[in-house]
Design a protein around this ligand. Structure first.
Ligand SMILES: *Cc1c(COP(=O)(O)O)cnc(C)c1O
Length: 404
């Protein structure tokens, strides 16, 4: 068989179960309301938590960035692809997160791929060594892939049950007398399928007790969680106490692209030498760098944006429950509406689009079998009227499908 036949056979095999449905394209910019098939629909599926994707101040900064610094830099950072703005953005992120230093990547996926292997695969002057990584079962694919790049001869990889600090402690305790060079605990700050927050206060304490490095990917949380939007460490009372933070600039912070790792200055200096997706991949374009700086400035100066997101979220969570839907409780703007069957999630998301709401269903293998859901994502870009319009559609469609 040639490869095209093999792929065709595989595509038809997985057709019903777990292919992504063909995307429904937007005919407008991302926002609280978008245009689809010529109709205005309320957007409840974007990572555009703060409405920065099409914010006038952010757009303007991107345009000014192109005017002053050009479209592309045509180089990696260490050759001639570092402009003053790259350094400025790195400083701004460090200050925002309360960390010593920051290194930019083209995405958070690249940042996570660049982190683990660059540290664990190097002898760092030792003749022999062994490292251990303890990773949450529900961590993002980019953390999983990052850890895959660590050589198994020198890296002991362990998965702990989701958010289960007792299990993590058990694993660390069992390894207590082993002579590991480094122990790394890796977790998402917010888990994207559930919208739950990692138990960071406890993780900080455990990491300290076992002299482990705590790594937190706060992609869904920076700009979202905490009173000032500083992320899950702020929400959990441990701002500035995480060893390594990674995150994306492709969600709350403008939604275009880019990622980063923040931590001790020695770590960042080391990553600039050894992290392959940094060394061998192009610099972030000036438009994105300038727009991200504007987004961080907005977020720092004007706390009303993050407050609006949090108010919108609380309102939606309360009202959708009042309609009779089952949601996963919490505080994050990711609000999973639990349905059970994959076909129900598929049919309801299609019906909701017709009723004026853009929302996506998730089912196996993205979530466990029988836990299919609609994943709502609330945004500061939504007005109360938009949310009410969405709630009306949910009521109508929910009744039609006998869910409420
Ligand atoms: C979205 C996300 C990423 C990927 O970010 P990109 O910048 O789009 O590559 C990585 N980790 C987590 C936890 C995410 O939610």
């Amino acid at each position: 068989m040639n490869y095209v036949d093999l792929l065709t056979a595989e595509l038809s095999r997985i057709q019903d179960a777990n292919t992504f449905k063909r995307e429904t394209p937007l005919e407008s910019a991302q926002g609280g309301v978008v245009t689809v098939n010529g109709k205005q629909v309320v957007m409840l599926a974007a990572n555009n938590y703060l409405g920065m994707s099409n914010h006038p101040v952010v757009r303007k900064a991107a345009i000014e960035g192109i005017k002053k610094y050009g479209y592309g830099v045509a180089s990696v950072r260490f050759i001639c692809g570092t402009q003053t703005i790259h350094l400025e953005l790195e400083k701004k992120i460090s200050r925002f997160l309360g960390m010593e230093d920051t290194i930019l990547f083209s995405s958070c996926f690249a940042a996570n791929e660049g982190f683990f292997a660059s540290i664990t695969n190097e002898k760092l002057g030792l003749a022999e060594y062994q490292d251990a990584i303890y990773t949450d079962k529900l961590n993002h694919a980019s953390i999983i892939d990052g850890i895959r790049l660590c050589k198994s001869e020198t890296t002991d990889k362990k998965i702990y049950n989701h958010a289960d600090v007792a299990h993590l402690e058990q694993l660390l305790e069992a390894d207590k007398d082993k002579n590991f060079r480094m122990r790394i605990i890796a977790t998402d700050g917010v888990f994207s399928m559930e919208g739950d927050i990692a138990p960071l206060a406890k993780l900080v304490e455990i990491a300290h007790r076992y002299q482990a490095i705590l790594f937190v990917d706060d992609s869904h949380a920076v700009g979202v969680c905490g009173k000032r939007g500083r992320g899950t460490p702020e929400a959990c009372g441990v701002h500035g106490k995480i060893d390594v933070m990674t995150g994306t600039l492709g969600k709350a912070i403008g939604g275009a692209a880019g990622g980063y790792i923040s931590g001790k200055k020695e770590l960042v200096a080391y990553l600039r030498q050894k992290s392959r997706p940094y060394t061998f991949s192009n610099s972030l374009p000036p438009a994105i760098v300038c727009a991200c700086m504007a987004a961080f400035d907005l977020l720092t100066k004007d706390l009303s944006i993050v407050r609006k997101l949090q108010d919108n979220t609380a309102y939606f969570r309360k009202e959708i429950k009042a309609l009779g839907f089952t949601i996963l409780d919490g505080t994050h703007p990711i609000v999973p509406i639990m349905l059970g069957e994959a076909s129900l999630a598929q049919d309801m998301s299609a019906a909701l689009l017709k009723a004026g709401v853009y929302i996506k269903g998730l089912w196996f293998p993205v979530v466990p079998k029988g836990e299919a859901r609609l994943r709502t994502q609330i945004s500061a870009a939504l007005s109360k009227k938009d949310i009410d319009r969405a709630l009306n559609a949910f009521e109508h469609v929910g009744k039609k499908f006998n869910v409420i």
